[in-house]
Ligand binder design. Sequence first.
Ligand code: UD1
Length: 380
Amino acid sequence: MKTVVHVVGARPNFMKVAPIHRALARRGALAQRLIHTGQHYDSQMSDVFFQDLGMPPPDVHLGVGSGSHAEQTARVMVELEKALEKEPPELVSVVGDVNSTLAAALVASKLLIPVSHVEAGLRSFDRTMPEEINRVVTDRLAELLLTPSPDADDNLLREGVEKSRIFRVGNVMIDSLLSARAKAQALPVLGRMRLSPRSYAVCTLHRPSNVDQPEVFPGILRALGAVSQRLPVVFPVHPRTRRMIAKHRLEPLLSSHPSLRLVEPMGYLEFLCLTSQSKLVITDSGGLQEESTALGIPCLTVRENTERPITVSEGTNLVVGTDPARILAEAERILEGRGKQGRVPELWDGRASERIAEVYERFLAVAPATAAKEPGPQPR
Ligand code: UD1
């Protein structure tokens, strides 16, 4: 049987790979192997997601851990090359834009194994963002480019990618969200945190451009403190952010705002329980911009740009930058009921993983055991 290797590394990869893995397993035409690079390794950043998403444990764990960009990328490359040479698959499937994604695309393409990039074509046009470099290079190397939205198709076409390699499959992360939402909302998270639905905000921050910058991060925290005087703000803190709070001695600023509630990173289901019932989301995460659009919850993105413009043009997202006064003003607008309305973009429908499976089966010329009901995605 032909084999697809999925490479995962960091937290936002897991909810994208889980539905693809499940769809391919159900259809039964392709064997699969799951390789975890170990970019994220804390149990709350990794293991809990496998449990929550019902994903089998990785077949191979490369254990690369943290480091500078070069160190981390290089370590994934060295270890992944050995794993792929030992048992070469017919296709390597990578998702998103983290260092593990780039490393896997480089290694597989040099071993002449075709690469599929899920979430291809997104662009912030901001090369100061490491993920933008990962996106651009991964897309140059990928044989199959699976896009979530028309803007991504347009970016790829503009960069000279042949239409025949671009497949708009929709947003696979929303497959995970829709299939887990009911189970997540049944969890006792709100009761435990003494919160009631639609009466609190959720915040996440981890981008180096925000949390590593001593001239930016305190201002954002002050804005969150001001928002927390209007409604509780729950802030699950990424390990990088936790380190930066300590490094820049920001604990006193935080402790002066008791309703700004810093908690440990949460698992997928608990966090979905929290976000899906929140009043607003404040974030610098790419995934959360999309999830809040899918949930219809207003989102303020604390960045100067987004590689996910459809969340702004169609969804509930507003890119507000890092000016504390603007963050507070936009949060107040939402609390007054004048927040941005949105709709769910086309093909963010919970079936992206089926469409991805069809593309893989066609590319590898295998027939699924369970025939698809609708015609599969055609190249652009
Ligand atoms: C990575 C991705 C980013 C993604 C984010 C989601 C890149 C370039 N960045 O950023 O696109 O949005 O994941 O979380 O790939 N750490 C731990 N435990 C862990 C993992 C990390 O303590 O399990 C700490 C370490 O101190 C590490 C730091 O967090 O040095 C940063 O981790 P890293 O994987 O380099 O980048 P993220 O900021 O998580």
